[in-house]
Design a protein around this ligand. Structure first.
Ligand code: N01
Length: 552
């Protein structure tokens, strides 16, 4: 067992604060977990948050065009009916600023901020087997000794800035979208280079193009996108939300992705071509992520998926006037929605602007960033600003950047060396009383996040309540339960087309050297919810529950 007093988790100064529980993070997940543990269980608990305010992902991702891809009436907390009555969204998809207002409203409404310590980054968490406590250290040198540790660190909170030679010499300014300056960035009169065409780049490009002198989009992998069709909510729809809040909540609990819409039962391959085209056209006009729900076989049959892929590729060719640009944008190498499908507001239309250029960096890779711009194998592009919309070290990155050690001082990085292994995405073997909100192995990023978060936070607090009622002090998964769950995660992914996007961040393929393992559980949120409920109903099957040690 590691001696926690002699390693990096040693208190730097002063006494360690003792609490029942500590939550790391104060985004959607951390805020609700804090509320559950403090207000429902009555624990002494605090949340530590690296940012200067609540919001998590939304606190950091302030890039131009940042907006949620989930419709607002499904992107909120549903645990309190009064909250759903009191809050009113203004648009079909909430923008970053409105989500921040919402999360601050919730934090104030439930007086959460008094137990959140901001500007506090956790650097390490070491488990002490003798005391059955976690010793948690922060960058500021504070330490906490807690029985329960819950990480709510988000799945997409570790920015991935690619290691392109020469970045340090660049004389202009550069930014990663996930660490955007609070004061914003003025693009007017500037030559801007945007690297990355995932959901973020696709949201940002049209907005940057509005004010930049010139925008050059560097595309490595062409991507699908469907119009979002964002618009202000009508009074009638706002009334519908208020009158049907409970039904909307139930719907999000019953669907595979935690959205309010169901995946249609009909099959693309059994639908006559003309009718299928009409269905896709209607879904295109309606807009949004619901496009992928148009047919049941879209994510399980490549042939069915091809019909959706071809429909979108044709749309790109119709929208983009320059045939060469249209060809590069529509040369997509993976099935539709095998990578997270973006939705957009005028993304493809942006390439019809005089001040926007597309550069294919798959054909001519980026070689270096120079003092004055960026060089590919085909030439140099003069730039004043570079925007990296290059994604995140997703799911495992936020956990592994902390020095987390379990029993015997074993580092989490060692246990996850070949990819994340968890039981239900909730716990890791050998890390007792450590819970992960939307951890790898749970539906997480394949689900509408607040829905996944509420289920996790409630399951975790129910589990801790069960422990307290039954004199149980320690919980961790059995090795065979972990092995079995990892197999289920793999099988669930294999039953879909998701692994066919071999360069996706779902597989960790966007970060050099990261193990290629499909990380989220693709079996569907509704099914997962049932599995977790069954596990709890059967006395936390698959977990080892140990009573408090009798003093010697
Ligand atoms: O990141 P990504 P993202 N040279 O990893 C490219 C969520 N989200 O921030 O595909 C050149 O998807 C990379 O190219 P390739 C959502 O879950 C939600 O866009 O690796 N290019 C790709 O094009 C989403 O999936 C919302 O070949 C490089 C891009 O950068 C997740 O966040 C909004 C490169 C990265 O795409 C991440 O999306 C936005 C290099 N060296 C995002 N390295 C809402 O719902 C990377 N790329 C609001």
């Amino acid at each position: 067992m590691a001696d926690v007093t002699t390693d990096t988790a040693r208190p730097a100064s002063g006494d360690s604060q003792e609490l029942d529980a500590l939550v790391i993070g104060a985004g959607f997940g951390g805020m609700y977990q804090l509320l559950c543990l403090r207000d429902r269980l009555g624990l002494s608990v605090k949340a530590l948050e690296a940012g200067g305010g609540v919001g998590g992902t939304w606190y950091w991702n302030r890039y131009p065009g940042a907006r949620c891809d989930t419709e607002s009436h499904a992107y909120w907390y549903t645990f309190a009916p009064e909250l759903m009555r009191e809050w009113e969204w203004s648009e079909r998809y909430p923008g970053q600023a409105e989500i921040m207002r919402y999360l601050n409203f919730v934090a104030d409404r439930f007086d959460l901020k008094r137990d959140i310590q901001f500007n506090t980054r956790v650097t390490s968490a070491h488990y002490n087997e003798a005391t059955n406590r976690w010793l948690v250290c922060t960058e500021n040198g504070e330490t906490y000794t807690v029985k329960f540790l819950v990480t709510a660190v988000g799945c997409l909170s570790t920015a991935n800035v690619p290691n392109i030679p020469g970045l340090a010499d660049f004389k202009g300014d550069w930014y990663h979208t996930g660490e955007w300056p609070h004061e914003g960035v003025d693009f007017s009169g500037k030559r801007v280079g945007l690297i990355g065409t995932g959901s973020t780049g696709i949201q940002a490009a049209p907005v940057i193009a509005e004010t930049a002198k010139h925008l050059t989009v560097f595309q490595r992998t062409a991507n699908y996108s469907v119009p979002a069709r964002n618009a202000p909510l009508t009074d009638e729809f706002k009334r519908y939300i208020k009158d049907n809040a409970a039904e909307i909540r139930t719907a999000t609990h019953e669907t595979a992705n935690g959205h309010q819409f169901k995946i249609e039962d009909r099959l693309a391959l059994q639908t006559p071509a003309e009718e299928r085209e009409k269905i896709y056209q209607a879904a295109w006009e309606r807009g949004g992520l619901q496009f992928r729900a148009a047919f049941h076989d879209m994510m399980s049959s490549k042939e069915a998926n091809d019909t959706a892929a071809e429909f979108i590729k044709n749309k790109i060719r119709q929208i983009v006037k320059d045939p060469k640009t249209a060809a590069i944008l529509s040369d997509i190498d993976h099935p539709y929605a095998a990578k997270r499908p973006p939705i957009d507001s005028d993304y493809f239309e942006t390439f019809n602007r005089d001040n926007v250029t597309l550069v294919d960096v798959k054909a001519a890779p980026i070689q270096a960033i120079t003092q004055t711009g960026l060089r590919t194998t085909e030439g140099e592009y003069e730039l004043d600003i570079i925007v990296f919309a290059t994604g995140f070290d997703a799911m495992t990155g936020p956990m592994l950047r902390m020095d987390i050690r379990g029993t015997n001082g074993t580092p989490l990085s060692e246990v996850w060396a070949a990819g994340p292994v968890t039981y239900l995405g909730l716990q890791v073997g050998g890390f007792p009383n450590l819970f992960t909100v939307t951890g790898p192995g749970s539906p997480s990023v394949l689900c509408n996040m607040p829905v996944a978060i509420e289920q996790h936070a409630e399951w975790i607090s129910d589990c801790i309540a069960h422990m307290r009622t039954n004199g149980i002090d320690r919980i961790e998964p059995r090795p065979e339960a972990v092995t079995n769950w990892v197999q289920q995660v793999n099988e669930a992914a294999a039953a879909t087309l998701l692994p066919m996007a071999t360069h996706s961040w779902y597989l960790g393929a966007n970060v050099p050297g990261k193990p290629r393992v499909f990380m989220p559980y693709a079996g569907g949120m509704a099914r997962y919810r049932g599995i977790c409920a069954d596990v709890a109903a059967h006395g936390y099957e698959g977990f080892v529950l140990s009573p408090a040690k009798v003093p010697a």
